[in-house]
Design a protein. Structure first.
Length: 89
């Protein structure tokens, strides 16, 4: 298992576009990937709907956790999305 903790930085938090980008990126890898919040929330990173149910806002600290083939690569790719603010200004 490989994991990384990141902070959501974009102004509108984890809304539709970031959730879609996250799910599409995670779907490119074979590893099982989950997004976990500090309050115990958890979602399959390959499911846009599950990600949206977490209600993640700007400043929320989340952990991206993966296991299986490509676990490090998928976590790094998703962390990069977060760090780039999902391409938003």
């Amino acid at each position: 298992m490989f994991s990384q903790t990141v902070t959501i930085q974009n102004e509108q938090g984890f809304h539709v576009r970031p959730a879609q980008l996250f799910a599409e990126t995670a779907g490119q890898f074979n590893a099982e990937v989950r997004l976990k919040t500090g309050d115990g929330g958890s979602a399959d990173c390959k499911s846009m709907l599950e990600l949206m149910t977490l209600g993640i806002e700007k400043g929320t600290v989340v952990t991206i956790e993966a296991s299986g083939e490509g676990e490090r690569e998928v976590v790094e790719a998703l962390a990069q999305l977060v760090e780039s603010k999902f391409g938003e200004a």
